[in-house]
Ligand binder design. Sequence first.
Ligand SMILES: [Zn+2]
Length: 171
Amino acid sequence: MELYQITLTCGACDAETKGVLSPHVRELQCANCGAPVAKIKPFEGVVYVMSNPNIPGFVKVGMTTKDVYERAKQLSQTGVPGSYQVDAVFPSHRPKNDEAKAHAKLARFKANKEHFSLSTAVAIVKVRSALGGREPAFIREIWRDEVAEMVEKNRVETLLKLGKAPAEEAS
Ligand SMILES: [Zn+2]
């Protein structure tokens, strides 16, 4: 059972309040004035990006409503040499839907059901984009900079494209 202590400043009375949140205790009231100060909503599951150093150039994108690291372990026992590592994890309230969105975005890189032929960092950026720019809850350190750079580049390109439209209209 996961238990978290959370410390918050009450917006109503300014008192600092401490409480425990868990999948079973999802709301917290201020100990001083009783105002609601926190609410949690557990995610149904995750969409993940995984890779296996023994299958270079390919990534696996899928979803699970269970522990993503257990899933990686399972996949590593399916006769493929080496083990899968979790590269990025996106929290999801509708994992099946979000997985479908991610797979649609990656369709042209598809190698088989859940494997895609592209670099891990590009896959992470594309899944992020398929999920409307959702930030991953976890991303492996080695991908962080590359992903952040690509996201920024895409953002600037989108702005330039948007800026270009009125200029063309004017000419
Ligand atoms: Zn209060």
